[in-house]
Design a protein around this ligand. Sequence first.
Ligand SMILES: *Cc1c(COP(=O)(O)O)cnc(C)c1O
Length: 433
Amino acid sequence: MPIIHLEQKDAPTHYYNIVPDLPAPLQPPLHPATKQPIGPQDLAAIFPLELIKQEVSMESQIEIPDKVRRAYQIYRPSPLIRAERLEKELGTPAKIYYKYEGVSPTGSHKPNTAIAQAYYNKQAGIKKLTTETGAGQWGSALSFACNLFGLECAVYMVKASYEQKPYRRIMMNLFGADCVASPSDRTESGRKILAQDPNTPGSLGMAISEAVEEAAKNDSTNYALGSVLNHVLLHQTIIGLEAKSQMERAGDYPDIIIGCHGGGSNFAGISFPFLQDKLKRGKNKLRAIAVEPRSCPTLTEGKYGYDFGDTVGLTPLLMMYTLGHDFVPSPIHAGGLRYHGAAPLVSLLYREKIIEAVAYDQLPVFEAAVKFAKNQGIIPAPESAHAIKAVFDEAEKCKQSGEAKTILFNLSGHGHFDMSAYQDFLAGRICLL
Ligand SMILES: *Cc1c(COP(=O)(O)O)cnc(C)c1O
């Protein structure tokens, strides 16, 4: 039974909120100017009330609205696949399962939260959402979701990517979104940056400043973030909740759960519903591993402390592992993993040693990706390939020890828009780091 399906009627009805089960209290975000804990009113300029409530909720279960569940039905429940062929090729006694999020309309897990965020903003009477995007995965997911719920959407796309990755931009336009190269002359932040350096290639931090500024200045416009925040991780638990039902159908339970880590949302999505068993029911042997690139080693080499979410310092200060908000990672091909911080929830679990983290160089990650593609027929996103590399290493350990462990990983997206990275790999132009 290599593909374990879940019927619509058995799809999760609630998201899982890990906050009440945490082993230590979560530190509150601080106001960027006063350095005092922020209140809901501070967030109300850019987020709708329902999402602010979710951000601070202590409820374990949060109902998924009917309209969101119906929108999920376009591509959910996503398949869980037992990779028997891969197990054979690796010669491992381990059982390898993966949850495949590349079946979503834009090719990654990001629509899971984009749909929910667009819905709650629509309910609150908002007309338009703004956001930033680097490689374009989040921008295309939000464009798709805004179109579903009849919202306008403006995406500030890092200028270098805007020029180098036209297909993601065209996808956003196709869903009706306005995609702007950032920094732009539309915002004060953008104009200020351009005055200093007209030829800047842009950065995620600059694009966040522009998107937040537009949302803060317009009453009917809000801002949406694609990772890091509690409510984003909450929405992504749909992945792990489905996987839990599917593993049960397969008569199995993971010993090891693996996900790549950029801001933490897909890792949290696959692992939190299982970590609930570890936190509440003492399944102490369950290991969850977050995998990051060596060139942006937030968890493995960052410091735990308060830092800004953006480069400019406009966002609240978050308690998290961080490389510093002015950290500029080298231009690795896994654009979605190039973030200086980590979600406060993932950071706390790492600090408390509930989860593990590991970092890999770029070259072995691409080698693993190609091996996986040839074996399974799915070309993984370079981000997701980090998880695959870690799976191969754990499978090898099982081979050495003879243990038949069950490994579950999240294949967060496909790599169909990343062909130039694969072209570079095939031409021997991917550098080690
Ligand atoms: C954005 C993205 C990531 C990284 O973001 P997380 O919030 O850490 O999940 C990983 N994989 C894919 C395919 C992405 O698009």
